[in-house]
Design a protein around this ligand. Structure first.
Ligand code: HEM
Length: 267
């Protein structure tokens, strides 16, 4: 905890130092672009090295939780230094704008990933269930099988096929595979309303015995809803780095080219 605060406070102090230094340099009519540029490059290289650090978890230099804090604080510091370097939020020149777009996309995906990593595990715990991502397809087919067994038993016992027909027309779609992905992602209740509406529409056409089966079907749908929630949140938790990492790689490649061009043509 103390170390985390230390890293954040150092990043903030460093940013203030760089802001003051840049202002003084510019007031003395000198250019601060080259030093701020190299500072930014050093920070971004440090951020990009996170990938290598993750590939060697046993690397003794700094433990992985400190790397994580360094990375996040360094990411925010990079945004500040980037603004100092270009002197605004949006640069002039086509190549510089492409670089800025990549930089913003990369930092935005990092911030989004950070929020996802903080919020989604909490929401998964609050759901009161635990599902291993790789086992979700087999969990769904198991529920689907249980639902079909229930309908067979109902038809056999009551000699009526109202519930089974309704299942085939509407609920079968729901039980087939994960549904309501985006609603679950944003904490919506679309799936709960959907199931509730389908079941209550049907209830008045059923006799007392069939209603018992409908209640069991409803309970299965509730379990399926939790699995869908886990599927949506875990998919995003597992895959946001697929966006962040290539953006970081592209950003570093474009920066190296930018440095070469600046040193060859402008300095
Ligand atoms: C405010 C800005 C940023 C934030 C909040 C941020 C956040 C994150 C987070 C939370 C992770 C995942 C850590 C983990 O699960 O262990 C990560 C990974 C990573 N980030 Fe960033 N990031 C930012 C900017 C950047 C920038 C600018 C670069 C590139 C120069 C970068 C490169 C990387 C790399 C290479 C990884 C490791 C990916 C892997 O191999 O798994 N990030 N970032």
């Amino acid at each position: 905890m103390v170390r985390t605060w230390g890293i954040w406070i150092s990043a903030i102090l460093f940013f203030f130092y760089m802001t003051v230094w840049t202002n003084q340099t510019e007031m003395a009519l000198a250019s601060a672009s080259v030093p701020t540029g190299w500072t930014l490059f050093a920070i971004l290289t440090g951020l990009a090295l996170f990938n290598i650090r993750k590939k060697f978890p046993a690397f003794p230099l700094v433990n992985s939780s400190s790397w994580y804090v360094f990375h996040v604080a360094g990411g925010f510091l990079a945004i500040g230094i980037f603004w100092l370097h270009i002197g605004s939020f949006w640069p002039v020149g086509l190549y510089e704008r492409c670089l800025a777009i990549l930089f913003y996309l990369c930092t935005f995906s990092g911030i989004l990933g950070l929020i996802i990593q903080k919020l989604f595990p909490l929401r998964l715990t609050q759901s009161g269930a635990e599902y291993i991502y790789e086992r979700i397809p087999s969990e769904i087919s198991e529920i689907q099988k249980n639902a079909q067994d229930l309908l067979l038993a109902c038809t056999r016992e009551t000699s009526r096929d109202t519930l089974a027909t309704h299942y085939l027309e509407t609920l079968h779609w729901f039980f087939q595979r994960p549904r309501f992905f985006f609603s679950h992602l944003f904490g919506g209740e679309k799936s709960a309303h959907w199931i509730q509406q389908r079941c209550s529409n049907l209830e008045r056409f059923l006799n007392a015995q069939e209603r018992g089966y409908l209640r069991k079907l409803f309970a299965l749908a509730d379990v399926k809803r939790k699995i869908d929630l886990h599927y949506a949140l875990q998919t995003v938790l597992k895959s946001w780095l697929i966006v962040h990492l290539p953006l970081a790689a592209a950003l570093m490649a474009l920066i190296v080219w930018h440095i070469m061009v600046v040193h060859v043509y402008f300095l």
